[in-house]
Design a protein around this ligand. Structure first.
Ligand code: HEM
Length: 162
């Protein structure tokens, strides 16, 4: 296997596959609370780029739901991280933020969507990834839409599966 590009060493703790250990919790003022499972995969091919895929499923029916994929880059010599993301809902986004220890705090810098994307449209996204002392990974996602200010949509923890 190819060696991790030195530019990404600060993010080596993300690499591999992660499975939700217990169902994640979804909420938003305008929807019914829900539970979901999710698999994350972070890989690389030696470039200064991490490739990722996030696949979420309905907790009970196991039906595929939300999916995201993209790339992660770091600004050389800084702790600045960028996620370049495509979502199956027709949304694309750039998120940027800071890496501090094993926590990533990201804010959407730009959002775009298909002309026929469902409403309400997302206007802002913020998310936190944190590697906890117990070795679990935690993700929290908040969003603002046409109708709602920034509020939590997702919270989930994962266990490393490979
Ligand atoms: C609803 C965005 C991730 C499951 C929604 C809504 C938006 C949205 C805008 C509609 C809210 C409203 O009607 O006011 C996003 C964004 C995500 C994301 C931007 C990622 C950054 C996920 C994930 C799941 C999920 C990972 C896991 C299964 C749902 C469900 C609903 C919903 C079940 C309610 C039913 C529906 O409208 O389809 N999401 N979502 N979302 N989301 Fe997400």
């Amino acid at each position: 296997s190819v060696e991790l590009n030195a530019a990404l060493l600060p993010l080596d703790w993300l690499l591999g596959t992660w499975e939700s250990d217990e169902p994640g919790e979804g909420c938003f003022p305008t929807i019914k609370p829900f539970r979901y499972t999710e698999t994350l995969n972070f890989s690389h091919v030696g470039q200064p780029v991490i490739n990722f895929m996030f696949n979420a499923f309905h907790a009970e029916t196991k039906k595929p739901l939300h999916r995201e994929c993209g790339f992660i880059r770091m600004q050389p010599g800084t702790n600045r991280v960028a996620f370049i993301i495509a979502q199956n809902s027709g949304l694309v986004e750039i998120e940027e933020g800071e890496l501090t220890a094993q926590q990533l705090n990201l804010q959407s810098q730009s959002l775009a969507r298909t002309s026929f994307a469902r409403e309400p449209h997302v206007q802002q996204i913020s998310r936190v990834f944190q590697l906890r002392p117990d070795g679990r990974l935690e993700q929290t996602v908040s969003m603002a839409t046409d109708n709602q200010t920034l509020m939590q949509h997702l919270h989930i923890t994962y266990r490393r599966s490979s």
